[in-house]
Design a protein around this ligand. Structure first.
Ligand code: GLA
Length: 735
């Protein structure tokens, strides 16, 4: 799978789906010759590198003509003939930024190493992947650079990261250290990325590449709701079902940069890594820095295939908890029902009704601790507010458990209100520049997780509550971005480490809590879906997708999220109408038909719906329990994009044996006097006869018919079902 040809000095990483070829050039640096669909191995592909002189193009070696600006490189340096953005930047004591890393040797081995304390993809057994570590060395700064590659055996996936070891006596400053660089020989691509804001996370954006730089990024200290650290390039004609695409994803939860640079020679460079702004890592002799992991996925069969690879990778090789492939409990969360105004009696009533409806887990959200009666106070005081909850979390959790339903709890461990006991006791735990105004956000401030003693203090407080109570689920929230990033107890020369060390502190707490409480299901959250990324998924197998659970907005959010993240990782709830965020009223059935395609639950007080609606909820829960594996772990295909045409959407989830599937069709607005919809399905057996049922449909079709002709949806039925914001869930069962 990974071959080194000594004569041509070329590496070929390949499996039956992809080839990745690179070589050691005449100047000792590494260049990329090919990445794409598998090609047969041979001794040399050196014809793929150009060796001719161009105007205004310096040659980097005397041995041959090597114009770096026209060479596709693996980890390019600044200042030696390549005028594109580099993959790294090293500032030396004498002020020079010039570096030159030359090949020293390499190692090929079975399996995949961890990059602790960073999260990364993993394999259980060595035959599932093969790895390559290439060691380069800059003799002037005496810095070692190790570029790591891992090729998964049965997936079109390569992971990468870079490690800098300072060996020489000088101190260097690493001011940029991307996780991956990929140079492609043309610009005939579109960049698809997932951008938005609070309440409209991961909306699909598609732009044709232009000469110059296009990028997505976060400088907010978390991956953010504005841009997601996963994006893709596709050919202009690539569809969901055909054509080339390359996906990029970053196993990291902090500030990031995903950049696509197109040169005036129409070549493309992709860089993905920690955002260089406010990153400045001093390395003394014997110290090292390891970048987080970047992931490359190739698809020759369109975007659904690309997404399915990411789903498989993230499901089988990312999260380490026992929950990673387990059915996720149907939960009811009290946030939208009560916000912070509740007492024990009310909570028990809500939990009891949830149990009656068939829910499996009740989650107590914000407001249970300290003096947390509104968002100006209490944050950081991780002990129960006994005015509201006289029996504490211990007593409440036991009471809820006694009803036959599990108990879960909300926490926001990275934050503090100034009006709290924690702040009184530890005012120096805040991440603020003491000489500057500290910008509040939701009245809260950030704890300095770059300092282990702060993480430790919070860990101790949380352990006390959790260990003492019957808790089987935790929702870990993070409700503001980082400003005035400065660590009070860190020397000046190390302030550029603080942003990254904060993220490492978050991972440290996640690792300690998930190890100490392996039975607990963690769901991450950040004002909804502002930290939905592979780094967090490595610890918390599901993430609350958005604070906006309006059905129409939600199918857009879930549609965008599905490009990279498994359906089981997408927290999706039915909430009350009129919707809290949009005021929109959509049918209960539509709200459920959207939320089924996720980690399903409810976000309302079931005591406040009509008896008919309660019966409907009971039926929804019973139905979901029967079919949960297909929704959460089936093979998922997007069918109709809500970001195109009329805003309708459709998708399907198919069981592994293709005997059963559920397809959801979501209708935005009534279109009077139009023809019916033909919904072409996917993933079925062409020769199998299926029974297709929904409220208004009961027919038999062969799989090929369903996939090529499509299901015919009569517009009058959409109107009968309620018109705007209606939906149909089709059950497709092999006969
Ligand atoms: C954030 C979350 C919500 C809820 C509130 C509580 O906004 O996204 O789901 O937990 O905080 O304050």
């Amino acid at each position: 799978m990974i071959i080194f040809h000594a004569d041509s000095q070329q590496f070929h990483l390949y499996n039956d789906q992809i080839s990745y070829i690179m070589q050691v050039m005449d100047n000792g640096q590494l260049n990329n010759l090919y990445f794409g669909k598998t090609i047969k191995d041979r001794e040399s592909f050196s014809y793929l590198q150009e060796h001719y002189e161009r105007a205004l193009a310096p040659s980097n070696t005397d041995k041959s003509i090597l114009t770096l600006n026209y060479t596709r490189q693996e980890y390019p340096a600044y200042g030696t003939g390549d005028f594109r953005f580099p993959a790294f930047r090293i500032l030396q004591e004498k002020g020079s930024l010039i570096s030159g890393f030359v090949y020293q040797g390499h190692q090929i081995f079975a399996g995949k190493k961890d990059i602790l304390p960073l999260p990364s993809t993993y394999v259980y057994q060595d035959h599932e992947a093969q790895s390559l570590e290439i060691t380069l060395f800059d003799p002037i700064t005496q810095t070692q650079l190790i570029l790591s590659y891992c090729l998964f055996s049965d997936l079109p996936v390569i992971t990468r990261h870079a490690r800098f070891n300072q060996i020489g006596p000088a101190t260097i400053r690493l001011q940029n250290a991307m996780s991956l660089c990929l140079d492609l020989p043309d610009m005939d691509w579109q960049m698809v990325h997932f951008s938005g804001a609070w309440g409209r996370e991961r909306y699909l954006k598609n732009r044709t590449l232009e000469v110059g730089i296009q990028s997505i990024s976060s400088m907010r200290g978390s991956s953010s709701s504005e841009h997601n650290p996963s994006f893709l390039l596709k050919r202009p004609h690539t569809t969901e079902f055909s054509g080339e695409a390359i996906g990029f994803s970053f196993v990291y939860s902090g500030s990031f940069l995903g950049q696509v640079e197109v040169t005036t020679h129409e070549e493309t460079r992709i860089l993905l890594g920690i955002h260089p702004e406010n990153f400045d890592w001093q390395l003394k002799t014997g110290e090292s820095f390891t970048s987080p992991e970047g992931i490359l996925v190739y698809s020759a069969k369109g975007l659904n295939a690309l997404s399915q690879t990411f789903h498989t990778l993230f499901l089988r090789h990312l999260n380490q908890s026992k929950w990673r492939d387990q059915p996720r409990p149907i939960l009811l969360n009290n946030w939208e029902a009560t916000e912070m105004t509740f007492d024990q009696d009310l909570i028990l009533k809500i939990a009891a009704k949830a149990k009656e409806a068939g829910a499996e887990l009740f989650v107590l959200d914000d407001g249970w601790f300290g003096t947390r009666n509104d968002d100006t106070q209490g944050l950081g005081d991780w002990f129960a507010n006994t005015d509201k909850l006289p029996d504490g979390i211990k007593g409440l959790s036991e009471k809820v458990r006694a009803m036959g339903i599990d108990f879960g709890l909300w926490i926001e461990p990275e934050m503090v209100n100034k009006n709290s006991r924690l702040y009184q006791d530890h005012p120096d735990w805040l991440m603020v520049d003491p000489d500057r105004f500290a910008s509040p956000s939701r009245h809260q401030f950030i704890l300095d997780y770059s300092r282990p003693e702060v993480v430790d203090g919070i860990y101790q407080m949380l352990v006390e509550v959790i260990a003492d109570s019957k808790i089987s689920y935790i929702k870990w929230d993070m409700n503001r971005y980082i400003t005035e990033c400065y660590s009070n107890h860190t020397p000046a020369q190390d302030q550029g480490k603080v942003m990254h060390k904060y993220v490492l502190g978050v991972y440290d707490l996640y690792r300690r809590l998930t190890t100490r409480f392996p039975h607990i299901l963690f769901e991450s959250c950040s004002s909804g879906g502002a930290r939905f990324d592979p780094g967090i998924l490595s610890f918390a197998p599901q993430t609350w997708a958005s604070d906006n659970s309006d059905a129409l907005d939600r199918y857009r959010i879930q549609y965008g999220t599905s490009f990279f993240y498994p359906i089981s990782s997408i927290g999706a709830h039915v909430s009350a109408v009129p919707n809290l965020q949009t005021g929109r009223v959509s049918p209960l059935a539509t709200r459920a038909n959207v939320a089924y395609f996720g980690a399903f639950g409810y976000e309302l007080d079931l005591n406040h719906i009509s008896p008919e609606e309660f019966e409907e909820v009971k039926a929804q829960i019973a139905f979901y329990k029967q079919n949960r594996p297909i929704f959460q772990y089936g093979t998922f295909y997007r069918l109709v994009s809500p970001f195109e045409s009329h805003g309708d959407a459709a998708w399907i989830s198919v069981s592994p044996d293709r005997q059963k599937a559920f397809a959801g069709y979501y209708h935005k607005l009534v279109r009077v006097n139009h023809m019916g919809v033909r919904l072409r399905l996917a993933g079925l057996c062409p020769d199998t006869k299926y029974q297709v049922t929904s409220k208004h449909y009961d027919r038999h079709h062969y799989g090929d018919e369903l996939m090529n002709v499509g299901l015919v949806i009569d517009r009058r039925i959409l109107n009968e079902l309620g018109g705007d914001f209606t939906s149909i869930l089709f059950e497709i069962q092999a006969l």
